[in-house]
Design a protein around this ligand. Sequence first.
Ligand code: NAD
Length: 250
Amino acid sequence: MFEDLQRKTVLITGASSGLGAGFAEIFARHGARLALAARRVEKLEALQRKLVEGGAEVQVVELDVTDENSVEAAVNAVVPNIDILVNNAGVATFGRSLEISASDWDKTLDTNLRGLFLVAQAVARRMERGGTGGSIVNISSITALRASRGLAAYSASKAAASHLTKCLALDWAVHDIRVNALCPGYIETEMNAGFFETPEGLALIARTPMKKIGKIADLEGPLLLLASDAGRHITGIDLPVDGGHLVSSL
Ligand code: NAD
């Protein structure tokens, strides 16, 4: 089904932890060549060693998505070309809307929206020059699609990222570049695992129609659908993967 990935190079931003590291393992298993990008190079190198031991071809590039020079340098450093971008780097800020600071607002929007755009643009320019097209998967969130208490800045950044996805899909279809958004619900990673054992975490799971929290493995099929030739006629969509959380009862 995803055989084309064996001929592809995938750039993953924010690959030093959480979903990004999990996505790297998924693509490695499907035989793709990888470029792992983030600010914490030593964490990327540890993941690189593990994936190379498993037989993957892996490159590490330092990247701060909020710095346009860093974006330009990182995207140009990937060899031999970039067929797929997983635009995953992001930050989450929580807090009552009355209390969000201007600096938290800026950090959230700078990373999740401006940074996501800068990386997509730099990669699309390379894809356009190469003339071979490509696929961009922006990691959005179900908070792009419904309001969630205490997450105003984060949700606004993700809603904008989802809308940007549609605009870029429209603009870049002529270059055979597909742009889609994957919108995960709550996914368990090393960093948030403890939360889902707290009363608030258990209440959240109880409100989800399928009554379970997502795992990175639950994103594999949807991610590969958008990234690979399996999704060759799909562009400009939001694909929620959330155990039905978005259709929970009002
Ligand atoms: P995480 O904090 O483990 O991963 C975020 C990654 O982005 C880290 O590697 C971090 O270093 C990197 N990053 C942050 N700022 C950066 C910058 N300026 N430049 C380069 N890299 C930067 O969190 P995660 O849960 O794995 O989140 C990954 C993505 O998935 C985010 O975009 C997040 O909004 C989205 N998401 C996560 C969930 C979830 O439940 N875990 C649900 C929906 C969406």
